[in-house]
Ligand binder design. Structure first.
Ligand SMILES: *Cc1c(COP(=O)(O)O)cnc(C)c1O
Length: 498
């Protein structure tokens, strides 16, 4: 089978013709843009074949289409190292039917959130890329996290030779379990810093460090080079396309849908990475009807799909779904670029406008090209009510992010009557947000501490407490650094000793 070599280019026009491995190594383009494939490949194996494949086999069939400069041996090696017994089920991403809808459980990896799906393979993709491109420098992964990426990235990169990882999270902006998971992280090459600010401040700070060429030079002089494990890295996006193909194939295999029948996909959205992966799956040939983009009270994306104006000038609201508390959804830039007919100049102007005035408006033409998407949102009360409703109706406990998606999906069905089979991306284990989910179902939890609530959750659901939670019960705190958003670069310099 012959395959054209795919190349990657920046959404802002500054770079073209990169190999996949090079794009993965760099993470973010030098002009601030994100890397996009020059065209969309198409699935080459039939759905009949995919229906009988394991997760690992499916991963190979999907990822080889995008990562064309990796050899078969390299890619299969990465896949087999990533999707192994770190996951607590051989299915890797099981589909669970509840109340007539399919919940795609993406939280069976080592940190019990969907970030594991991509971050368990990214370190392998990256170290392979470093070898292929004869990189001698130590790779420093800089990551801003709204709670889940940081831990999943550290779990993936901890003690990987030739790499260091520094994670910034918003102090007070993550759940207790998320924070404990991060500050107890082991590994001599890991560092965690709480910043005084919100996730957007952390993400903007990281982007600024990437954009500081003088700092890049200083790092290079000390044998370091920066890369990103955030969902802007194409090496995060591509592995996420896999599970949508896998879910569809399993529905066909189980006889729940006919081959070719269109499904809807609902995704609880923050940085727009997971839902963009679903859109990529559609582009490579998966029969998808609607992509339902679910937001919490930070409903900047809902407003965007409603009006065509993206406006980040609003209050940042802390919710019980912290991994979606985001006002600047970085990956949306890729959709903007596509909807502009891959015109980098158009995209660049809109992104510049977002930077200077905090908002931009797309043309009617561009909106027309985004018609596959429907935006919805659920507030705190609707989210809690949906978690309780589903638990009462089906005995199935979902986390607060999945709760947003589930609530938005019910509202969508009530409004449209659309009865197409639907997959809801279930992005975290309820154990990661025990307090909120137990409060949603049983009311105020009083003075109980987090681990008492976790034990109650186990009694209520009969679902075993994941290893990831047991690990932090008695673990010692290893990371205590804090800084202001303005001094993140100094913090990086201090940690690296440059
Ligand atoms: C990161 C995250 C999201 C949002 O995903 P994006 O790709 O940023 O849109 C949703 N739920 C959970 C649990 C997450 O960790």
């Amino acid at each position: 089978m012959s395959m054209a070599n795919l190349s990657y280019q920046s959404t802002r026009g500054g770079e073209k013709g990169l190999t996949a491995s090079c794009a993965i190594l760099k993470g973010l383009a030098e002009d601030g843009g994100l890397y996009m494939p020059s065209s969309f490949p198409k699935l080459e194996v039939s759905m009949e074949k995919l229906a009988g494949m394991s997760y690992q086999e499916t991963a190979y069939e999907v990822m080889r289409l995008f990562l064309t400069d990796y050899t078969e041996e390299e890619l299969k090696h990465c896949i087999h190292c990533a999707y192994d017994s770190k996951f607590d089920t051989e299915e890797i991403a099981p589909l669970r039917e509840a109340d007539g809808t399919y919940y795609l459980e993406l939280f069976h990896g080592s940190t019990i959130a969907f970030k594991d799906m991509a971050l368990s393979i990214l370190p392998y993709l990256m170290t392979t890329a470093a070898k292929k491109n004869h990189v001698e420098n130590e790779i420093v992964i800089l990551t801003a996290t709204s709670g889940d990426t940081g831990k999943a990235a550290m779990a993936g990169f901890a003690d990987v030779p030739g790499t260091r990882i520094i994670v910034f999270y918003p102090k007070g902006g993550v759940s207790r379990v998320q924070e404990l998971q991060m500050v107890t992280q082991k590994g001599d090459n890991t560092a965690v810093v709480a910043i005084h600010g919100n996730f957007d401040d952390a993400q903007t700070g990281v982007k600024k460090i990437f954009g500081d060429q003088a700092f890049g030079k200083r790092l290079a002089d000390h044998g370091f080079q920066l890369s990103s494990a955030n969902s802007i890295n194409i090496g995060r996006l591509v592995p996420q396309v896999v599970y949508y193909v896998y879910a569809y194939a399993k529905l066909v295999q189980k006889g729940r849908i006919k081959n070719g029948e269109k499904i809807n996909i609902t995704v609880p959205t923050g940085n727009f990475g997971n839902i963009l992966a679903a859109y990529f799956a559609k582009q490579i040939g998966l029969p998808v009807k609607r992509l339902i983009c679910a937001s919490n009270d930070n409903k900047v994306l809902y407003d965007f799909f409603q009006t065509g104006t993206y406006d980040k000038k609003r209050e940042f609201i802390l919710t019980s779904s912290p991994s979606m508390d985001i006002l600047i959804s970085s990956n949306l830039e890729r959709l903007i670029y596509l909807s502009a007919g891959c015109d980098a100049e158009v995209n660049k102007k809109l992104m510049a406008k977002l930077g200077t005035s905090g908002s931009y408006t797309v043309t009617e033409d561009m909106r027309g090209r985004m018609e596959d998407f429907t935006g919805g949102y659920a507030d705190e009360a609707e989210n809690a009510a949906e978690i309780k409703r589903l638990f009462d109706a089906a005995g199935y406990m979902i986390d607060t992010h999945t709760g947003v998606a589930s609530a938005v999906y019910r509202k969508y069905v009530a409004e449209t009557g659309d009865a197409a089979p639907t997959v809801i991306a279930s992005t975290a284990s309820p154990y990661k947000f025990s307090h909120s989910v137990m409060e949603a179902v049983y009311g105020d939890q009083g003075e109980k501490d987090e681990f008492e609530i976790i034990d109650d959750l186990c009694k209520a659901t009969g679902v075993a407490i994941p290893r990831a939670v047991e690990e932090i019960r008695n673990a010692g705190i290893r990371h205590r650094r804090e800084c202001d958003a303005e001094t993140m670069e100094n913090m990086v310099a201090e940690i690296l000793g440059v």
